[in-house]
Design a protein. Structure first.
Length: 249
């Protein structure tokens, strides 16, 4: 992974600091090719590797991807098992590359249902890469937005809180130490949030594409960034109130 000299890097304000992605459409991609669904997941991992490279090149600081939701345990056992194997093998094979590229890896979600081996590899990867500074890649696995809010509330209750403020809750969510997503991309044509980061997505710009996740490449990534550049982020204010530099053509 290197930054190509010819790459045009837009000015900082045009680049989302944090991109969150629902990598959807693996099963349909495989089905279209008359292959078992799991082939789509395998190909989806390649697409993720490519996305990390795209974000790295564009100097996106934080990338958070939804790999497995709380609800995905409802899938057929063979598919769940395959996804767990793929997760473990990616942790075994890809972490060195992340480390060498100064990328910090984090995993968010409920770890109670993962195998001991997966938990150990997550721990190892997080420890190895914790001081890396070029970019942070977060994998949401056995993650649900509702789960995230509840675990934050329960932490606050355990600490004796009887009344919770917005900043209390925000400070106890997963990823409380990084900015909320600026851009949320979902592939695969569905226009829903599927229990991803519910609280953190309050002011994210949404970008939906029909492209199935295994086909999501640099061109699609650039389309998403170009769409983001045209958004005017008002946060409740009027256009006229915004500072000049925030107004987009
Ligand atoms: C997303 O692709 C990957 C996971 C949920 C793990 P899907 O497996 O949901 O693919 P489709 O939506 O069935 O095509
Ligand atoms: C969302 O995709 C979760 C992940 C991509 C990991 P799903 O395919 O599970 O979402 P639904 O079920 O169509 O809403
Ligand atoms: Mg899906």
């Amino acid at each position: 992974m290197t930054i190509s000299a010819t790459q045009k890097i837009p000015s900082y304000s045009e680049i989302p600091e944090h991109i969150a992605v629902i990598m959807d459409g693996n099963g349909r991609w495989a089905k279209q090719k008359h292959l078992p669904r799991v082939f789509g997941h395998k190909k989806g991992l390649d697409a993720l590797e490519n996305l990390v490279r795209c974000c790295f090149d564009a100097q996106v600081k934080y990338l958070t991807v939804f790999a497995f939701s709380t609800e995905n345990w409802r899938r057929p056992l063979e598919e769940v098992n395959f996804l767990m194997e793929l997760f473990l093998s990616a942790l075994q094979k890809k972490v060195t590359l992340l480390y060498k590229n100064n990328i910090c890896l984090r995993v968010i979600g409920d770890r109670n249902r993962f195998s001991k081996s997966i938990c150990e590899h997550i721990q190892k990867a997080e420890t190895l890469t914790q001081n890396n500074t070029a970019m942070t890649l977060t994998i949401a696995a056995d993650y649900g937005g509702k789960w995230d809010i509840l675990q934050a509330v329960n932490k606050l209750l355990a600490a004796g809180k009887t009344e919770i403020t917005e900043s209390d809750l925000a400070a106890n969510l997963m990823l409380s130490d990084i900015p909320d997503p600026d851009l949320y991309i979902r592939t695969g044509g569905e226009k829903r949030i599927s229990n991803f980061m519910l609280w953190q997505m309050a002011y994210a710009e949404f970008y939906f594409t029909d492209i199935l996740w295994p086909d999501f490449g640099r061109e699609e990534f650039d389309n998403a960034l170009n769409s983001f550049k045209k958004r005017e982020r008002r946060y409740g204010r009027t256009s006229e109130q915004l500072p000049i530099e925030q107004q987009r053509p």
